[in-house]
Design a protein around this ligand. Structure first.
Ligand code: ADP
Ligand code: MG
Length: 698
């Protein structure tokens, strides 16, 4: 039998291991560094590095790497071995404090959006000691931030850590106003629920589109998809449950709290939810989880698809970013309380989130924009591209009564005053009914549901943290300097916030077309796709936000604007080229061959008897021939658009061209090919059908 408690975190140089292996003084010094975010003393670093190395070597490790998250969305590592020559023939295994704290990977191949060109050629990585080192295979991985020599963030961790610092600072100011002097640390907590598809590896390998782009670029709607809803929470197939078991084990060894795994709505779709943790750790863990999902799949003859929309006619995959704020004493600041005082504090944080989401809806939208996610958002399976907040009827009514200075409850004698009255209790389980909302309050946390399944959760959390911190800082400025009774001031502040920002609250059905109209009336943004969303990174209002709090410099934001658009353009280019290849070299020859078989049949039938009925063959042949001609035309149009794309120098213009021209001609080509698929003899069709893929695990 496996001992789970013993196995849990066995591949992590965690607090328990540090306590065991480090001299008391060193452990204390390191602990202080971790808690206060101070830099590590070199002598301490040397001792830690040595202990880490010994621990790793005992577990069969030979190499180490600075593990980091460049702006591409994946993780990067460069492996160095521990060996160090003592003379011509002998080596020792060495790992110094310097090597632990700082690395200098040759970073020229990572995207910098022009940052390195303007500053320094190389980048460096620096250990984030709040995220523990861990072992992957024969390598000790040290979670690091990745910066240019000028200090510009070239990764997703650096700005995330900065945003966490900012929200900590502003939250503490608010807590102090409520008389809380004891809270030393405030953390944002995140639990990302991860959706994914599992398919058979043999089937996968027969689909160049899946191999090159992660999604099927062709494929007619299968006769059976998710109509029966018989997959959701259904029995898990033995092959899948074996996979889930092993995945859990691998994640537990890495100290990742994988908790629930179940089937999702679509066939072959599943979900993994971890127990929440501090944001930077949750981010590292989610990256590792995605990596492990793929790795473990191959051991089971499976492939794990993390693309947002692997199949056109089937629900896509997202990621739900559950977010809250909590103190070092374990108090969740988004938990409604039992006393008027606690409620006043709760309402303050609640309103700050409401205002932040309203004012920075464009940035939130931009943080989840990608070529893959464009296929989901706004489709009737994922939240709309319009950002809004679900609060539930009860909480919304409470806010309305505060705004209007009215009785919330007719039984209540006096008007609800913040700081004087207790909020009426609302049943917890009624708060999570609405699955169509992009940003839902679920009782004691907010769930941001617009993320794509393949995204790093870093970007959205940078935006949430910084935007909420900004609003909290404005609240604190106001409350600290306004004379008069604190509760009166707070009451006015909250009323004003509700009045000005209630437009972002929407409890109705987000999939409904009427919401699009209603949202427009309210002046909410509806940024349908990536090209129009990414501009938020260079919007002066947002540059002001991030530079004020030193989360991004202006150059860093411009770099991100460039990189997101570049990556969008590259993805569409790869998809278009893959479609051209598949249609020219596989689909076209296949349908031509099939039509030859039909015409041969017609001829041979006629040779037997010229009066024999060949109507069916002729009609089919005509249909196929027409569609084949159309296919040829569609290929030519797409090819021309792909060629034209080469002449663009401006990334943003190319992004719009990709969306309005290349994607449109890709869709046309697909439509024609999919029609052909439904009338072509299966033995001629060059790849497995959508049905074959989604039901590939028996
Ligand atoms: P369910 O929706 O199944 O009842 P929960 O709402 O408890 O489950 O949790 C869904 C996800 O939200 C999980 O990943 C969980 O860890 C996370 N979560 C729960 N509480 C918090 C919190 N305070 N901060 C961040 N994430 C949380
Ligand atoms: Mg959820």
């Amino acid at each position: 039998m496996m001992n789970v408690p013993e196995m849990f975190g066995s591949l992590v140089f965690n607090d328990r291991t540090m306590k065991e292996r480090l001299p008391k003084d060193t452990y204390k010094a390191l602990h202080k560094t971790i808690e206060n975010g101070k830099s590590l003393d070199p002598t301490v670093a040397n001792i830690v590095a040595n202990a880490m190395k010994d621990w790793a070597i005992e577990k069969g490790v030979t190499h180490y790497t600075h593990w980091f998250q460049p702006m591409t969305g994946i993780t990067a590592e460069k492996h160095d071995s521990f060996i160090s020559p003592v003379d011509d023939a002998n080596i020792i295994m060495e790992f110094s404090g310097k090597e632990l704290i700082k690395g200098e990977p040759d970073a020229s191949s990572f995207p910098s959006g022009g940052l390195r060109a303007t500053f320094e050629a190389r980048g460096y990585t620096a250990w984030d000691p709040t995220s523990y080192a861990f072992i992957k295979g024969d390598t000790l991985c040290i979670p690091t931030a990745f910066c240019s020599f000028g200090g510009e963030a070239l990764d997703k961790k650096t700005p995330l850590l900065r945003s966490m610092e900012v929200i900590t600072k502003q939250t503490k100011r608010i807590l102090k106003l409520f008389g809380d002097e004891e809270t030393k640390m405030v953390k944002t907590t995140v639990g990302p629920e991860q959706e994914y598809f599992l398919i058979d590896k043999d089937v996968y390998e027969k689909r160049p589109d899946l191999v090159f782009s992660g999604r099927t670029l062709f494929g007619a709607k299968p006769p059976k998809g998710q109509e029966l809803d018989d997959h959701y929470f259904g029995t898990i197939k033995p092959r899948v449950s074996a996979y889930m078991r092993e995945l859990d084990n691998e994640l537990w060894k890495l100290g990742i709290f994988a908790k629930t795994e179940h089937n999702e709505v679509a066939p072959a779709q599943h979900e993994l939810a971890p127990i929440f943790s501090t944001t930077n750790i949750a981010t590292d863990h989610n990256q590792l989880t995605m990596e492990m999902m793929k790795k473990v799949a191959t051991r089971h003859g499976l492939v794990c698809l993390l693309h947002e929309k692997p199949f056109e006619s089937i629900n896509g995959s997202g990621k739900h970013n559950n977010w809250s704020l909590s103190t070092n004493t374990g108090k969740n600041l988004l938990e409604p309380g039992d006393t008027p005082h606690q409620n006043a504090q709760f309402l303050t944080f609640l309103c700050a989130v409401i205002q932040a989401v309203d004012e920075y809806q464009d940035m939130l939208r931009a943080s989840v924009a990608s070529a893959g996610n464009d296929h989901r958002l706004g489709g009737n399976e994922a939240p709309p591209a319009i950002v809004s907040i679900f609060l539930g009827e009860e909480l919304t009514e409470i806010l309305e009564s505060i705004e209007k200075n009215e009785h919330y409850d007719s039984k209540e004698q006096s008007i609800m005053r913040i700081g004087v009255h207790t909020m009426p209790k609302f049943p917890r389980d009624t708060t999570d009914r609405n699955r169509t909302s992009p940003f839902a309050f679920t009782g004691n946390k907010f769930e941001f549901r617009m993320l794509g399944s393949s995204h790093s959760i870093s970007g959205p959390n940078i935006v949430i943290n910084t935007a909420v911190a900004e609003i909290l800082s404005r609240y604190a400025d106001y409350l600290e300097t306004t004379p008069g009774d604190f509760n009166d001031n707070l009451h006015n502040l909250i009323r004003k916030t509700i009045k000005e920002h209630k437009r972002i609250i929407f409890n109705g059905n987000g999939y409904d077309n009427s919401w699009v109209e209603e949202a427009e009336k309210r002046g909410l943004l509806n940024l349908k796709a990536t090209p129009e969303s990414i501009g938020a990174f260079v919007n002066p209002k947002n540059i002001e936000l991030f530079t004020k709090h030193k989360v991004f410099t202006e150059a860093e934001m411009k770099a991100r604007f460039e990189i997101h658009l570049q990556s969008y353009n590259k993805i569409i280019n790869i998809e278009a080229l893959t479609m051209l290849d598949m249609s020219k070299m596989q689909i076209l020859p296949a349908v031509i061959e099939y039509s030859k078989e039909i015409s041969d049949t017609i001829n041979s039938k006629r040779a037997v008897n010229s009066k024999i009925n060949t109507t069916a063959e002729e009609k089919l042949l005509e249909k196929i021939s027409d569609l084949t001609a159309k296919l040829y035309e569609d290929i030519e149009v797409l090819q021309e658009n792909v060629n034209n794309a080469e002449s663009f120098n401006d990334v943003e213009k190319l992004a719009f061209f990709s969306k309005d021209n290349i994607l449109v001609s890709m869709n046309n080509l697909r439509k024609t090919a999919d029609m052909l698929e439904t009338i072509t003899d299966k033995k001629y069709w060059p790849f497995p059908s959508t049905g074959d893929i989604i039901f590939s695990i028996k």
